[in-house]
Design a protein around this ligand. Structure first.
Ligand SMILES: [Zn+2]
Length: 344
């Protein structure tokens, strides 16, 4: 296994790092869409975060790495029947990160009949796909805008339901598939369908850093890591441990963080002001602000939690306004200022 670069050592790209942290704190936020230049360390950041997260307990030997404590969501395979036994045995594994390559076939993604076994022994057995491997982890798709439409639809369905259902060749398999979808795309190459974008909880924009000092620091750290990974990891160990503790604490506190009616009203007004379609915008904004408040150790969502999350929760849900060519982020900033002025 490749050694992951420490998450805390990533220079800049704060919006992307925060969005990933929030998605790891509350999977229900939905995935993260990263717009931006190539070679800006998107994949590195996802891998770094997964390596930072505490290991997960899984049912021993289960190909779907079911949660042994979650009887309702176990697969119908071996550990489904183990439910009737007193307790399923468990083991630890690190949070999975699965790459979905652009040329992947549907069989490879959802899983398929194990053909070799079927032909040699006449047995029907399910060969799990990438969705099974990504369960309880991250599914990363580089250049998601170039993915075939039918795969996109399929991913959207599974991401929404948390279940992968495969029915074909006399097979009927259903297994849990909950993952944080992380997509990256360059808006200049191929259109991103609004339906696809809307499925991502948050979207962030990253750019090649223009700051000289920052660029030098990136190269310096990268070089130190490549020369001696163990020593570099040791150097960042304390920060990594602190961040891990913050995520674990935020996950436990999450359900106790209050969000006031005033805060919900603020979010709804903002969404009306910028003109988002449907209600997913304010739902995501409220949820992301709550996760951020939890990460900040707060018991109640405050206005800066909402304001900090508004661009990432809303910018990919704005209707195109032919009369207004201002960028999405600028439109959100403007609407926030107008709302502030109205309240003052
Ligand atoms: Zn299982």
């Amino acid at each position: 296994m490749r050694i992951a670069y420490p998450f805390s050592a990533i220079v800049g790209q704060d919006e992307m790092k925060l969005a990933l942290l929030l998605a790891a704190t509350d999977q229900g936020i939905g995935g993260v869409m990263v717009f931006g230049d190539r070679g800006t360390g998107k994949s590195t950041a996802v891998r770094a975060l997964a390596a930072l997260l505490p290991p997960i307990a899984v049912s021993k030997g289960c190909a779907f790495h079911c949660d042994p404590k979650d009887g309702a969501r176990r697969c119908v395979g071996d550990c489904g029947t183990a439910r009737t036994r007193r307790s399923a045995q468990s083991e630890l594994m690190s949070t999975p990160v699965v790459d979905l390559p652009l040329g992947a076939t549907e069989d490879r993604v959802v899983g398929a009949l194990d053909l070799e076994l079927a032909l040699t022994r006449g047995e029907k057995r399910f060969e799990p796909g990438l969705l099974a491997r990504a369960h309880r982890g991250f599914l990363y798709i580089d250049e998601v805008n170039l993915l075939e439409d039918h795969l996109v639809d399929l991913l959207i369905d599974v991401a929404a339901s948390g279940v992968n259902l495969v029915e074909r060749e006399g097979l009927s398999v259903r297994h849990p598939a909950r993952f944080v979808l992380v997509g990256s795309g360059n808006p200049e190459e191929g259109d991103l369908r609004p339906q696809l974008l809307d499925r991502f909880g948050l979207s962030v924009e990253i750019r090649t850093p223009k700051d000289l000092e920052q660029r030098i620091e990136i190269v310096r750290r990268r070089d130190a890591f490549e020369r001696n990974a163990a020593a570099f990891i040791d150097l960042w160990k304390r920060q990594e441990t602190q961040l891990r503790r913050r995520i674990v604490a935020a996950r436990t506190q999450l359900s106790r963080v209050e969000i006031s009616d005033e805060a919900l009203k603020w979010a709804a007004r903002l969404c009306m002001g910028v003109g988002t379609d449907g209600l997913r915008g304010e739902l995501t904004l409220a949820r992301a602000a709550r996760a951020l408040a939890a990460l900040r150790g707060r018991r109640q969502v405050q206005s800066d939690d909402l304001m900090d999350m508004a661009p990432a929760a809303l910018r990919h849900r704005l209707r195109r306004d032919p009369m207004d060519e201002t960028g999405s982020s600028a439109r959100i900033e403007r609407a926030m200022r107008q709302q502030e002025a109205a309240l003052a």
